[in-house]
Design a binder for this molecule. Structure first.
Ligand SMILES: O=C1O[C@H](COP(=O)(O)O)[C@@H](O)[C@H](O)[C@H]1O
Length: 232
């Protein structure tokens, strides 16, 4: 995995965005299937894209999916979709049929299966292990990726496409892309910014402890980590 370190959060997110634009422009895949994460980093990215990159990102060829979703209604503040809708899709006027949200309000296991089938159908070459053109991953302060936490590490190697997990502290149900599908993505971009990520970044870079993110770090040859945290 490649690591790029920047001085500020803004520089980090700009660099990640410019890499994404270059990847989209170079790709022969049209439409271009991109899986988004949720959380605070994604929200910062969406604001930046609308403010500074609205004329540079080829929106019309993008088809949006999610890496993970919280099992709540799409109006709930916890919903990853809600923030993308408000901060990105509405301002950029993205057509509804380009947005494939996870139905967090449905029964989780049934929804994980429905979404897996839908992804197989939408991505090229109907396959049991579909390949996203790009996956944007987040890393939590506890080292989780997507909604794969320390107590659900089995989902890193699970052969399903999406599966149900639980937040270890709140018990909130989640639907998450499995590690197997994450690692199959043509490109994986991982923005990790902010002071609260310093400790986990040190652990990950110095290979201290075992986290879901450590597995992705050591297995993702197509990944680039963009960070404003010191990693020497
Ligand atoms: O719960 C989640 O957290 C991670 C990390 O989010 P951040 O707030 O630290 O940026 C995120 O990637 C994931 O999609 C989300 O559901």
């Amino acid at each position: 995995m490649k690591i790029e370190v920047y001085k500020t959060t803004e520089e980090t997110l700009r660099s990640m965005t410019e890499t994404l634009i270059a990847v989209i422009k170079k790709s022969k895949s049209k439409p271009f299937h991109i899986a988004l994460s949720g959380g605070s980093t994604a929200q910062q990215l969406f604001k930046l894209w609308v403010k500074e990159y609205r004329n540079d990102i080829p929106w019309d060829i993008l088809r949006f999916y999610w890496v993970d979703e919280r099992c709540v209604s799409p109006e709930d503040d916890e919903s990853n979709f809600k923030h993308a809708e408000r901060l990105l899709f509405m301002p950029m006027d993205i057509p509804q049929n380009h947005i494939h949200r996870i139905w967090g309000e449905q029964e989780p296991k049934i929804e994980a299966e429905r979404y897996s089938e839908m992804v197989k159908w939408e991505l090229p070459g109907y396959s049991n292990m579909p390949r996203f053109d790009c996956t944007i991953l987040g890393i939590g302060t506890d080292g989780h990726v997507a909604s794969i936490f320390n107590d659900s590490m089995n989902l890193l190697t699970d052969q399903r496409i999406y599966a149900v997990s639980h937040h270890p502290k709140t018990g909130q149900q989640r639907i998450t892309m499995t590690g197997t599908v994450i690692l199959k993505s043509s490109t994986i971009l991982i923005p990790v910014v902010g002071a609260d990520k310093q400790e986990i970044m040190e652990h990950l870079v110095h290979k201290q402890g075992v986290y879901p993110a450590s597995y992705i770090f050591s297995h993702a040859s197509t990944a680039t980590l963009f960070t404003d945290r010191v990693t020497e």
